[in-house]
Design a protein around this ligand. Sequence first.
Ligand code: C2E
Ligand code: MG
Ligand code: MG
Length: 632
Amino acid sequence: MNSFKLISLTIIALLFGASSLYSYNRDLEVVRYVSATVKAVGWASSELEKEVLQFDQSLTALAAHTADEDHVRLRFELLWSRVNTLLQGKENRPVREQPGVMPMLDSFARQLEGWEDRVYALRADDRAGILALRQELSHFRKLAREINVDNFSGNHIWRQLDVTENLRLHSSLYLAGLLLSGGLMLWLLVRENRRNRYLAYHDMLTGLPNRMFFYQMMNQALNRAQRDKGQLAVHMVDLNSFKAINDSLGHEVGDCLLREISVRLRDTIGADGQVARLGGDEFVVVQRLASPEDAGLMAERLSRSLSREVQLPDGCLSPQACIGTSLYPEHGTTATELLSHADTAMYYAKHSRKTMVQMFEPGMDERRLRRQKLAVALQVAIEQDQLALYFQPIYRLHNGAIESVEALLRWHSRDFGTISPLEIIAVAEQHGLAHRLNDWVLSQSCRQLHRWHQAGYDWLKVNVNISPTIFMDGALAHTVSRVLLDTGLDASTLVLEITEDTSLWDTAGSLDTLQELRKLGIQIALDDFGTGYSSFSHLRQLPLNKLKIDKSFVADLATDPKAVSLVKTIISLAESLDMKVTAEGIESPEQQAQLQSLGCELGQGYLLARPMPVEDMSDLLQQGKHQHTRIA
Ligand code: C2E
Ligand code: MG
Ligand code: MG
């Protein structure tokens, strides 16, 4: 809470308390005044009765010669003065205001005035005079008694005392109510304030600290590490294809996944550090290190825990995340520096096909800068049609005939030289150019194939690679049908190659896309099979036409018996699922022979033909049957 708010709240609380106490005290004063008045009235009325009685007694004593005339006069004077006091004194107003008092006092005063001469002339032996006076006095004695007993000290007084007692009780209750409601209000304010503070520093979806809080946490951790000569690791975690998941499966699934990820990260780092969500699918884990090796181990552990299958309402999903790590003090000493380096390392992990986990290395920043420049150049290249497609033939291994061609992207930039297609795709995906690039590749491939069809090679098919982002965004079928319409190509001659990890996002969304594509009459090939995480049961559910065995297995065929039995298994699996198998990366005649003996139907590789420009491919097609002799 900021100090202004705190001071204002304190002033409000003090004012509230003070005015409550003031109002309570005022009520008490009223009560006190009323009870004092009641007491005064009671006292005055009993004093009056006492004076009347004493005057009466003095008359009796005079008749009995136990008191003299002076005593009687003194009592008379005292009685008169009492009546006068009651009639005139300001403090006796409450007495006069009592019902029946004023008329009694008036007539009593008149009577006393009338008695004055008789009292002063009274002698002890004037028995008749004394008796007459006593008889006249008895009327007032009765009146004074009545007022005293029935009126002042009777029901009326008790009622008044009851009222004041009730008033006192009500005031106490009122004060308690006020203080309670004030306390409640304060509590609500403080609670609201705490909640606002929580919201300002936490991410609502996962409950993790947000970016702002992360910097505070990080600065504290850095101060502590500096003081204790400690070491820290900053792990930047970013989910792969999260945007595509969100777009194709809906935000609810995306939210569910993010919550699960946050729980896994928190559980994995445990007491060794803290987790924050920086936004979107970006998380950061700060780890206290006993030794620098712990950083790499933790990054691996985080990666493993994230890649476990997540159960979602519509199925399950095997998320993959890239993790970039930077170290304090080795790579930087400020939160911004360490985060930026971890981010750069993560960027590398994301764009290398080899690893999901990457430690920051000096020099990476320059390479990243290159990528950013590359993105600008790529945009221009797409606009100015500077990209090219190479085609690599895929052969029927048993007779050496070309079955299809795979379209492979090529870009030779004047400033950057030749850039690998994987890097082009990565840059495009990172800088929002993926769709334009995919449109370009698809339409160029289809247009070229249409030309070859028109040239008489109408049996030829084209394989087009589709990146995960494009496959997951749900609009692929629409794009493909538009391109087919534009180019007039027969759908059955188009094969889309989807990498294994993409198609195994085992959810209704990816299945829908695949089925839509199949409905259009398009064939689907699972590319780089064996490098992802597919299970056989997944394969059974997906409507695929072809499997492409990854070149790493083909490369190992000659040396690793395990690779042989794996390829054998893949081939028989594909047969049983009615899929054709293509072997990628055939570089030696031994590999080719082995694949053929294992029953692999299709093959592609440098041994057979390298990827080549359109003209060369056209020449190759023209050579017609020559391929048979090259392979045999
Ligand atoms: P991929 O789809 O698995 O394509 C096969 C890659 O293996 C090609 O690399 C090809 O040149 C290479 N290759 C073919 N025969 C051999 C061989 O005998 N030995 C070895 N070592 N390599 C061989 P390239 O053209 O560099 O493409 C790399 C990857 O880039 C492709 O792998 C594909 O995933 C991606 N890619 C290429 N063009 C496109 C495109 O237009 N769109 C998308 N989304 N991805 C593309
Ligand atoms: Mg491919
Ligand atoms: Mg491949």
